[in-house]
Design a protein around this ligand. Structure first.
Ligand code: ZN
Length: 279
């Protein structure tokens, strides 16, 4: 039973501000340690509850946050996907896996009281698939579903957990902090959070084994992907992609056959239209 643990950073307990999120910034190294601790709590619990292989996918920023050496005190068979340019990005490792766990994820762009809410980049106002507004949890859940893989665990602030439960009502979740604004949160004791991460991961694994865990979420094509950019200029260049339609000044749409194709189209549109600082 191979488990992929996709680890982002904005939803990790203890993290509330950009100075904690960007390599080289003042509090980054301290925050990276929080990220490592949460990753290890989830990975250890997955092994203790029946995983036969665990693949950790670094899913934040340049995806060079977790160090290979940090696997040294984890069970053998724990592997790390490190670095950028991965075809499936935050979902790398999905094909052939029994489940994916989203650790340290954050709410979609435009969410109130959500630490560092955004959707992939600073250029995205909103993202919708067949009219359903999605953030990173939703989009990656549908990519996982394309590969027949369920989402077994979601962790992040209370806004992220609410967003996840709206799409994935069966999923086990851990609230890592209570966001008070985009850049503040009420933080739990680290020991309390570590215990809840371990206990909830254990429960998610037990459900997978019992066959009572969440089912993959799937969409039948054709799928209408709509990307609302922050500026008309971003939409101008994104529209250079063949097959796109300009819905309005800021909004570009494209029809794709599958959720995976929608994911690739979304990321390609961001490359074309992107460039606005995220934080
Ligand atoms: Zn991130």
């Amino acid at each position: 039973m191979r488990i992929v643990v996709s680890v982002d950073m904005e939803g990790i307990g203890g993290i509330v501000d950009r100075v904690q999120l960007i390599p080289g910034e003042r509090l980054y190294q301290e925050s990276r340690a929080y990220m490592v601790a949460e990753m290890k709590a989830v990975v250890r619990a997955a092994w203790e509850h029946g995983a036969t292989e665990v693949v950790v996918n670094d899913s934040h920023d340049g995806m060079l946050n977790l160090a290979w050496s940090e696997l040294a005190d984890l069970p053998r068979g724990t592997q790390l996907i490190s670095g950028t340019g991965k075809r499936l990005s935050m979902g790398q490792g999905l094909p052939g896996s029994a489940a994916i766990m989203f650790v340290g994820y954050h709410a979609r762009a435009g969410t109130a009281q959500a630490v560092m809410d955004h959707t992939y980049s600073g250029d995205v106002h909103h993202l919708a698939l067949n009219g359903q507004e999605l953030g990173e949890v939703g989009l990656n859940a549908y990519v996982a579903g394309y590969y027949g893989v369920p989402v077994a665990l979601v962790t992040g602030d209370q806004a992220l957990v609410a967003e996840a439960r709206a799409l994935l009502p069966e999923v086990d979740c851990v609230i890592t902090k209570e966001a008070l604004s985009r850049r503040s949160a009420l933080l739990p004791s680290p020991a309390d959070l570590a215990d809840r991460l371990a206990a909830t991961t254990a429960r998610a694994m037990d459900r997978l084994h019992a066959g009572t865990g969440p089912k993959p979420v799937t969409l039948t094509g054709p799928l209408e992907l709509e990307v609302g950019f922050m500026t008309t200029q971003a939409a101008d260049t994104a529209c250079l992609m063949p097959g796109t339609r300009r819905v309005d000044g800021r909004t570009v749409a494209i029809t794709t056959p599958t959720a995976e194709a929608a994911y690739f189209a979304f990321r390609a549109l961001l490359v074309l239209g992107g460039g606005t600082p995220l934080y």
